[in-house]
Design a protein around this ligand. Structure first.
Ligand code: PGA
Length: 245
């Protein structure tokens, strides 16, 4: 069973962007934006490259911001040069790990089966997996989503976030209509669990986040390119808080 989540979760996926300077600017900006009472209405998560997790985590330790890895290996440890395990992320203080992002699927050939194994290992390590699914082909959308729901979401997961990210919407400026996103969220829930927390990702920015935040059934945002500028990401966070009332 997947717990009913009341929180709205906004995730910054920096992808392979960042520097220690960027961590500083982010920490400074978020320290001023995220310290009011209204900030507790949402959960803000930052997923920088592994290298910066410790630095930004320490700088923002005084706030209730959470952190995520952008991937993990399915093994606890072993001869997997360059990989990071879920236990390592947990030891560093991460709460989440993003898994199955379409860029991982495309560039590293990740399959639904591998993603499921990674998610199981993340859960064992005490992390909450944010599992990305989404159709490549608009015409076969529900077929693809159904297969992903069936094969990359571990059975009996207690806590999980499903990020609905249609592949054609990532980094393109194309966002499906509110109705389409709502329909996809309903479809995902009917295939996984009615109480699953479904968040949306794909070209979310300062201009459209408010509208997306109001879609019934969507309980969070996964923000890519608009999350790497402290100014834009803070604006998204404040807009979402405002729109949730
Ligand atoms: P985007 O990326 O916001 O740049 O479209 C989203 C994502 O890849 O998670």
């Amino acid at each position: 069973l997947i717990d009913k989540q009341s929180k709205y979760t906004v995730v910054a996926n920096w992808k392979m962007h960042g520097s220690f300077d960027m961590c500083d600017s982010f920490a400074n900006k978020l320290s001023t934006v995220c310290n009011s009472d209204s900030f507790t209405k949402i959960e803000t998560v930052i997923a920088p490259p592994f290298l910066y997790l410790d630095s930004i985590g320490k700088k923002l330790a005084h706030l209730s911001i959470k952190f995520a890895g952008q991937d993990c290996h399915f093994a606890k440890s072993g001869a997997y040069t360059s990989d990071i395990s879920a236990d390592m992320l947990a030891e560093l203080g991460c709460k989440y790990v993003i898994l199955g992002h379409c860029e991982r699927r495309k560039h590293y050939g990740e399959t639904n089966k591998t993603i499921c194994k990674k998610a199981e290992s993340a859960i064992l390590a005490g992390l909450v997996p944010i599992i990305c699914i989404g159709e490549k082909c608009i015409k076969r959308a529900f077929e693809e989503l159904k297969e992903q729901c069936k094969s990359c979401i571990p059975k009996n997961a207690e806590k999980i976030i499903i990020a609905y990210e249609p592949v054609y919407a990532i980094g393109t400026g194309i966002v499906p209509s509110q109705g389409e996103i709502k329909k996809a969220a309903e479809f995902i829930k009917s295939n996984v669990n009615q109480n699953a927390q479904v968040i949306y990702g794909g070209s979310v920015n300062e201009g459209n986040c408010k509208q997306i935040a109001q879609i019934n059934g969507i309980q969070g945002l996964l923000v890519g390119s608009a999350s790497i500028k402290p100014q834009s990401f803070s604006k998204i966070v404040t807009e979402v808080i405002e729109s949730l009332g």
